[in-house]
Design a protein around this ligand. Sequence first.
Ligand code: AMP
Length: 216
Amino acid sequence: MSNLLLLAPPASGKGTQAEKLEKKYGIKQISTGNLLRKASKNNDDLGRKITDTLKSGKLVDDEVVISLLREELLKLGNQPFLLDGFPRTINQAEELELLLKEIGTSLDYVFLLEVPKEVLEKRIINRRICSDCGKVYNIADSNNLNSCTTCGGLLITRSDDTVDAYQVRYMAYLNSTYPLIEYYDKKKLLYRIDAARSVEEVFESISTILNRGDEK
Ligand code: AMP
């Protein structure tokens, strides 16, 4: 099976698609956002520094994110993986290539989830996550839900899911991540997906490409 990357603005549904892909194809999801939120709970200097950066909506230092990612990839051994939230910059993409080469693997598909900004802003207001396992919910779809249907954890609003922090994250996406589209297009790994559609429709489009098995 293949190694994937989901490239998408915040609140585009990448976490939800990643979870479905993991269930159907057994590909292990690695979300750098989740790794960082977990590390931010550590009661040490690094944990506190990560907490502050997450609250601001800015990017965490490459060195910190790459070290967490390396640890996670090494744990996987030969199991295929799906990257969610990494890389976000060209520098991270280049570092990723080196890291994967060192581990003896590579990326097979990069899926670009495309969603208009107005749709994203609506989604951010309704987004909640499980404080224990990180599962994402849209409360517009699930009325009165306040605990996680998977682990029972409390559903909370992420500290960076405010309209102001969202603007910062969206601009960070446009400025830093957008060049990745060209980077992966040149490598003939990029597939564009219309992700303003329903979760199931988006998932079907991705599955169809994967099932064709035409790795570029
Ligand atoms: P996400 O859950 O992917 O939306 O990420 C939430 C926050 O974690 C981001 O706003 C950043 O502060 C941080 N973060 C996640 N992935 C990265 C990354 N690849 N590089 C730097 N910071 C990251």
